[in-house]
Design a protein around this ligand. Structure first.
Ligand SMILES: NC(=O)c1ccc[n+]([C@@H]2O[C@H](COP(=O)([O-])OP(=O)(O)OC[C@H]3O[C@@H](n4cnc5c(N)ncnc54)[C@H](OP(=O)(O)O)[C@@H]3O)[C@@H](O)[C@H]2O)c1
Length: 305
């Protein structure tokens, strides 16, 4: 993203008003649901968009609409009359996924939405090692092309993402080497998104945890919390591909798994930012602070082999 593009986003944002209902897409998802809860507490008028209305959170302050980025016809009604929209990134193959996001941004532009908050990824770049980071970069380009005032929240990898990567023996493997990342909690991601929706700051921000940790650090700090030995085993990208390919028939999913570690190794996520503190007034949670506050997240790791 060029400085000129960023400057034009900031300029556009100074012209917006703060009226209208707040739309949250992907409302049955974890970050969207938590963001909606935080805004509902403040009494904001909400519209919750989901592909599965029966799974959306029930909030007194909100209405629910069915909407799917893959079905542009559903987006027209979803974005109608909306002042600010949180566009939560969708699931799907890199490239296809950016086109889904483009459908949402274009629907927002056509409906005259005043401000879009988009959940992107720290390290979003055309040449990232991680396919989803390349996809987020393309999505950001689509967003900027609409000219709608926007705030792009480039979230670090979630701390939560490590939990599912340990095997039953307590080992996490991948080509991250000694690379570090400023991993963030889902809770801080949701709190920052809620603040961005309220404040309409405009611009592009990294949303990170308070410190840059290696995968080995994560394993040892989780071990101390759990009272169970977890460890990290570095492996080459080739070895990771050989191990994962027989388990995963879709080659792009193997690329995602390997690229996730390679992005950490390359330092794409190592920079900490003050965005969480600046937007929410509270410092981001440490690994220990997060998992002590939400101990149920660690349930799967409590079992021993
Ligand atoms: N930074 C990271 O480490 C990291 C990790 C995981 C995910 N992410 C990204 O951050 C987003 C939020 O994270 P999360 O943990 O809240 O994910 P999540 O619980 O998996 O929720 C994602 C939501 O995206 C919505 N979605 C999927 N396909 C869609 C489509 N075609 N059209 C509209 N909505 C669609 C779904 O909502 P409905 O079913 O309600 O429509 C789903 O519940 C994810 O979607 C993902 O892109 C980032």
């Amino acid at each position: 993203m060029t400085d000129d593009a960023l400057a034009s986003v900031r300029r556009l944002n100074t012209k917006t008003s703060c009226s209208g209902v707040i739309l949250i897409t992907g409302a049955s998802g974890r970050v969207a649901r938590r963001t909606a809860e935080l805004l509902a507490r403040d009494g904001h008028g909400l519209r919750l968009m989901t592909r599965s209305p029966e799974r959306a959170p029930l909030l007194a302050a909100g209405e629910t609409v069915r909407g799917d980025f893959a079905e542009p016809a559903t987006l027209k009604d979803a974005f109608a009359g909306v002042g600010t929209a949180l566009v939560v990134s969708a699931s799907g193959e890199p490239g296809d996924r950016a086109r889904l996001h483009r459908n949402a941004f274009q629907a927002a532009a056509q409906a005259g939405v005043g401000h879009i908050v988009y959940l992107s990824l720290q390290g979003a770049a055309a040449d990232s090692k991680y396919p989803f980071s390349r996809d987020h970069y393309l999505s950001e380009e689509y967003l900027l092309a609409t000219g709608v005032p926007c705030t792009v929240l480039r979230n670090a990898f979630y701390l939560d993402m490590f939990l599912e990567r340990f095997d039953a023996a307590g080992v996490i493997r991948g080509p991250a080497g000694q690379g570090r990342g400023a991993f963030v909690s889902r809770e801080d991601v949701a709190r920052t998104a809620a603040a961005a929706l309220r404040q309409r700051p405009g611009g592009i921000y990294d949303v990170t945890g308070p410190e840059a940790l290696s995968v080995g650090d994560i394993a040892s700090r989780l071990s101390a919390l759990l009272g169970r030995q977890l460890r990290y085993e570095d492996e080459s990208a080739d070895a990771a591909r050989k191990r994962l390919s027989p388990l995963e028939p879709l080659a792009w999913r193997v690329d995602l798994s390997v690229g996730w570690f390679q992005a950490i190794a390359a330092g794409e996520l190592q920079r900490t930012s003050d965005t969480v503190l600046r937007f929410t007034g509270t410092a981001p949670l440490t690994l220990e602070g997060y998992f002590r506050a939400f101990p149920e997240l660690l349930r799967a790791l409590h079992r021993t082999p």
